[in-house]
Ligand binder design. Sequence first.
Ligand code: C2E
Ligand code: MG
Ligand code: MG
Length: 267
Amino acid sequence: MRVGRDLREAWDLSLFRLNYQPQVNLHTRTVTGAEALFRCQHGPLSGTSPARLIHAAERSGLIDQLGIWVLTEACRQHRAWRDAGYAPLCIAVNVSAPQLASGSLNQKAVEVLRRFDILPEWIEIEVTETEPILKDPRCVDGLDDLRMQGFRLAIDDFGAGYASLSYLPRLHAHKLKIDRAFVRDLPRSANSRAIVEAVLAMGKDLGVEILAEGVENEEQAAYLAGQGCQSAQGYLFGAPADADGFEDAYLASRHLEEIERLMVTNG
Ligand code: C2E
Ligand code: MG
Ligand code: MG
């Protein structure tokens, strides 16, 4: 209750922020997207993990406002980076079950995209496979609706939740994010290797992109690339950073490489 109260105070004081973590193509090591991660700059909440803040927001009923703020802020940032001349990047936004069940995000999504002139395919909706998401028809319908609106869909923390493979074709996700619990012990653990290889084979058969979460060292990256995993995210490639930090570290360099490439092409 205290966290919920502090969170509401932070909302009133406009102390919500987003950090961005790069997602890379494992073969070219280029940045292909960013995951937007919620942060709260309110002193009393400085020691509270984002996951706990989100949980408190869900319980206190603030999640609808928070979720719409997250989508709006991600779209605003997308627009700002494009206005600054950077090529469009796909930004992933986390969404939780109560937001889908209430329909709040679905109602606002089109308006937010229109306001910043953003194509829906530049935003990826990430959902974790929790029981309500799989069993509550309002959540499944909400995801269907967002996908029909043109948003990309990613299943987060894949394998760590209520893994029920039967729902996978039903959700028509574009991407599966292998939970970092399976990446942590690669390549040593035979169990982790078996699970990761099975997910990669399934992704190939279903035509779904696979991203490995929590990649922290070169051994993990090399093993995953060798197994045909397309994408990765983790401290090896970059920790979450504020928008300016992300721009300096990833967008500005990408932009320069692109200019150099065009100069070579044009002689
Ligand atoms: P997630 O969506 O799975 O996000 C990835 C988490 O892993 C982030 O934690 C990130 O900082 C952390 N991480 C990234 N790379 C590494 C790595 O190499 N090693 C390790 N050990 N960790 C890594 P964070 O930012 O604390 O977020 C925790 C969770 O909170 C998120 O997990 C997501 O479920 C939730 N969350 C964050 N922002 C939002 C939001 O805007 N809305 C909703 N509904 N949930 C959010
Ligand atoms: Mg996520
Ligand atoms: Mg995750």
